[in-house]
Design a protein around this ligand. Structure first.
Ligand code: ATP
Ligand code: MG
Length: 561
């Protein structure tokens, strides 16, 4: 079947929606709930538990429970669950697989296609990790959609005729996103996005936890930090306390028998006022201002031109957050969408646009922006590692941009085009996305030959980079599928030893592999060398000796640094 569902894979909770009768409908999970905790755990026999069942066991078996995995997406780190180590993708895949099962049950179809939302400020590595998690869960991920854009879609569907500039302020469990959108005649245009991947409700919880721990230590001279069971209960009570303080002025945290002293059980009892809590999170709240400034700046839209500030994400229920943004922008924010469901609904709307499940008269057209700068490594003056920008951040996509470069030395016949994403002016500080090589440049004086480099980036996350030698028209290109950049898609280069060229490079490859597995050397250099090693083996298999020589030189230079 063709149904595509929308999924909001959140830091603390996950929701899914599907288009029914032209409108998004939230899908109920196996517990008949609309909201599924983003929690994965194991039971006593080692079976995987997801959602409510895993959350319930967190208190009794915290070491067998993983929470807030979204914060680790894209990192090489592993998390332990029982006796096994998992990648963040594998844990998220468990959540998504659970969603796939309950969505299939709910719709009575075998659901295999999804639009998954991510924070606008997720970089490509984090986006790819999300796609990989979806793939492992048995989904074809049709589109990765920015969460604030999704929220705006869910708002836009019922306000198609309005013309306005909307600032979406999305503060969730673990991430903060600000997005500026322009809406007119059913077209929703994203003007700019910015945010903080490590800011959200979880950080507010931590401030409360730290406060409670300190108070307990002051009173009882006991540090609860090392006690995983006490910490799990404390976390759960801190969340309850925080949520209570959104509606009442003060609340009491009571955790009986949290520790023992001289054979007697001790309770944690502490009154926390809203004012105290507000003081604890003051600095964090102020951190939201920077991304707001960047978005206003990049979009060229001033505060006065804003028609609406749309609040999304559970943490925007905290009164001080609303007051702060109202004061900062001089405009009352509105909660026009349901902060819990808007993102999943928007993802379902995007799914409906893709599969044609939406009503004919509700045609919505959407553009988005690339949240990070894209460019190539180039020579600039004496800087060999300069990030030459081709598509600046917050450019509306789909987009094609071209830049012209010149040969750097006399008789240069080749160039390596290395594609990077990020905001640093030093290329190697950014994420390396791909590398290719163009040969056949006519031998002339430095600066006499032109190479045109063009970047095309579309809404499906496909980035095509091409290089063309102006004088000959000779061209080479690479397509980086930002959504499906898993390793399997790469060529299997393990058979390089069988190639005739292998002998010339065997010693270097062995040395490089040894170096990569050793503890020596800079991490960034090693990542680059790993990429070159792949390209070298590929060139050897393809029998391209000149290209292999180039990669050999790069590897040598990196190992010597
Ligand atoms: N009434 C409330 N007052 C304060 N905080 C709340 C309230 N309700 C929910 N939260 C907090 O909101 C957060 C969850 O929000 P939401 O579901 O939007 O986030 P998420 O989608 O899981 O995370 P993210 O979008 O960052 O990945 C949690 O930190 C939760 O404690
Ligand atoms: Mg969210």
């Amino acid at each position: 079947m063709n149904t595509i569902i929308g999924i909001d894979l959140g830091t603390s909770t996950t929701e899914a929606a599907v288009i029914r009768d032209g409108k998004p409908e939230i899908i109920l999970n196996f517990d008949e709930e609309k909201v599924t905790p983003s929690v994965v755990g194991t039971d006593d026999s080692g079976n995987i538990l997801v959602g409510g069942a895993a959350l319930a066991r967190q208190m009794i078996a915290p070491e067998n429970t993983v929470i807030e995995i979204k914060r680790k997406m894209g990192l090489k780190e592993r998390v332990r669950l029982g006796k096994t180590d998992f990648t963040p993708e594998q844990i998220s895949a468990q959540i998504l697989s659970y969603v796939r099962r309950f969505a299939s049950e709910y719709t009575g179809e075998d659901i295999t296609r999804a639009v998954i939302s991510v924070p606008a400020y997720f970089d490509e590595i984090q986006r790819q990790a999300t796609v990989e998690a979806g793939r492992q869960a048995g989904f074809t991920v049709e589109r990765i959609l920015n969460e604030p854009t999704a929220a705006a879609l869910s708002y836009g569907l019922s306000h198609l005729d309005e013309e306005s500039h909307i600032l979406v302020y999305d503060l969730g469990g673990g991430t903060f996103d600000v997005t500026l959108l322009e809406m007119f005649g059913g077209v929703l245009e994203v003007k700019a996005s910015n945010g903080d991947n490590q800011l959200g409700g979880k950080d507010f919880d931590q401030k409360l936890i730290d406060f409670l721990l300190d108070q307990f230590k002051k009173k009882n001279e006991i540090d609860l930090r090392k006690d995983v069971y006490a910490m799990a209960r404390l976390k759960s009570e801190a969340v309850k306390c925080k949520i209570a303080l959104s509606t009442v002025e003060q609340t009491e945290v009571i955790i009986p028998m949290i520790a023992e002293k001289d054979g007697k059980p001790l309770a944690l009892e502490e009154i926390v006022t809203r004012k105290q809590f507000e003081d604890m999170i003051k600095e964090l709240v102020e951190r939201t201002h920077d991304p707001v400034d960047v978005v206003l700046n990049d979009s060229g839209i001033s505060e006065e031109d804003l028609d609406m500030v749309l609040l999304v994400g559970g943490s925007t229920r905290i009164p001080i957050i609303k007051e702060d943004i109202a004061k900062y922008l001089g405009k009352e924010p509105v909660q026009a969408v349901d902060p819990d469901y808007a993102v999943a609904e928007g993802a379902a709307i995007q799914a409906g646009i893709l599969s044609g499940g939406l009503d004919e008269d509700k045609s919505l057209v959407m553009t988005d922006v690339n949240p990070y700068t894209l460019g190539i490594r180039a020579l600039s003056g004496y800087d060999f590692d300069y990030m030459s920008v081709i598509i600046p951040r917050n450019t509306t996509i789909p987009v094609t941009r071209e830049e012209t470069y010149y040969t750097s030395w006399d008789g240069q016949t080749q160039a390596i085009i290395e594609v990077f994403q990020g905001e640093s002016s030093t290329a190697s500080d950014n994420h390396h996305l791909g590398t290719f090589h163009i040969g056949g440049i006519p031998e002339r004086e430095a600066g006499k030959e032109k190479i045109k480099v063009a970047f095309s980036y579309n809404l499906n996350g496909m980035l095509n980079v091409s290089a063309t030698i102006a004088s000959t028209g000779n061209a080479a290109d690479i397509t980086i599928d930002m959504l499906n950049r898993d390793k399997e898609q790469r060529m299997d280069v393990s058979g390089w030893k069988k190639s005739e060229l292998a002998g010339d490079f065997r010693t270097l490859i062995r040395r490089c592999e040894k170096w990569l597995s050793s503890k020596k050397g800079d991490k960034q250099n090693k990542e680059e060398a790993e990429e070159y090693l792949y390209l070298l083996k590929k060139a050897i298999i393809e029998g391209d000796g000149t290209e292999a020589d180039i990669y050999e030189d790069e590897i040598r230079a990196l190992m010597e640094e």
